[in-house]
Design a protein around this ligand. Sequence first.
Ligand SMILES: Cc1ncc(COP(=O)(O)O)c(C=O)c1O
Length: 362
Amino acid sequence: MPDFPEHIQKLQPYVPGLAINALASELGISPDDIVKVASNENPLGPSVLAKMALAETPPEIALYPDNDSVELTAAIATFHNVPPEWIVVGSGSEAVLSMAAVSLLTHGRQTVYSQYSFQAFAGAAQRVGATAVVVPSSDFRVDLDGLLGKINEHTALVYIANPGNPTGTFIENEEIEGFLRHVPKNVVVLLDEAYYEYLPEHERSRSVEWVRDYPNLLLTRTFSKAYGLAGLRVGYGIAQPNVADMLRRVRAPFSVTRMAQIAAAAALNDTEFLAKTAEFNATGLTYLYESFDKLGLEYIRSHANFVLVKVGDGVQMSQHLNRRGVIVRPLKSYGLTEWIRISVGTPSENEQVIAALGKELA
Ligand SMILES: Cc1ncc(COP(=O)(O)O)c(C=O)c1O
């Protein structure tokens, strides 16, 4: 018998949301008739600038991509007004979360994060055999004092997502700044801002400025959500060079494809598309809240592009919605058995989701 270490044997395989094609063939309907609101993707599709850049680019798929994503790195650095050495591009921001774990954690070291945090935090820690200290959350919020209280001499990494997934809750700028001031300088704080672009201007954090002040801060952003490039797998981290350099050392070679680099560089400055995305999202959230109110459903107000809603048996409700051609995300794996997460879709998708939910509750 191959002798896999215990921490690997204990890993659970990642369970992605149901695929559109799989459900379509099960129901015997066209994939176009399926509404997938399970993975917080952009219902508007990709940025037009990204599509144009891809269309103009010869595929060149026989060649390896640029390992260091030099042009994309330069574009991101300019965008944030930081040196290129501060940027680490990865195949999705999940890859950067993982690089942080690989470079900082090992047996005997600890990471600290909140209950109801994005599952990739747990996965990244488990894969390297580190201990995860999970701080209870009340009201689905991150208890920053609770996180601080759990940091000890074994702690190397703290994960925080803001806004959080699957909660959609938000931590104010002042609270995070206060937290950063108290974290020991040898502990890296990874602040995952995958949903940053959905925040209204007044809620957007000064996180890039904080990276200047805190050499132990690592920010992550992604092109998978508001930029609409989830299928290409590209995201990045921003940190001072000491941290960024270590992450680059553990990054899998050539892991960001050339098409991903080109599309991301083009999408980066598509402010018009980002504004439209945020506006659509805000309107969609309002519609979902009003509809949940009418249906008498409890929900958590969200700062991202999805919403948590309490429906009774979440797994069963998801299965019933599947039969109506709607794919949502049950949250049993987060210990939230009574809740489902619904991503904001197009207006017509949102209506279909609410119609299906209404029929199931009738
Ligand atoms: C909080 C959070 N961080 C990171 C990610 C990872 O996104 P990606 O790897 O596509 O950049 C997600 C995706 O759902 C997320 O919800």
